[in-house]
Design a protein around this ligand. Sequence first.
Ligand SMILES: [Zn+2]
Length: 93
Amino acid sequence: MADKKNNNRKNNRNNDEDYNPRFRKMRKKVCPLCADKNLVLDYKNAEQLRKFVNDKGKILPRRATGACAKHQRDITLAVKRARQIAVLPYAEN
Ligand SMILES: [Zn+2]
């Protein structure tokens, strides 16, 4: 057990000092709903809501949609409403 702990992780080394696999340089996503003021979520518009669900019909997380907290809530609400009126599926496959 003790020697397992001493196994320091050298296999994932990179010579670049700034390199940290846990925090890669990433372009900060801008919220698609804040970026476009004219874009209004409509729960009857399946085409629009498709962008916020994956191929299984699950709602994408904020890290994938890039939406701000306020708009992610709006997206979630719209998708859930759309499911209820059978515009979007609850689950696929
Ligand atoms: Zn937003």
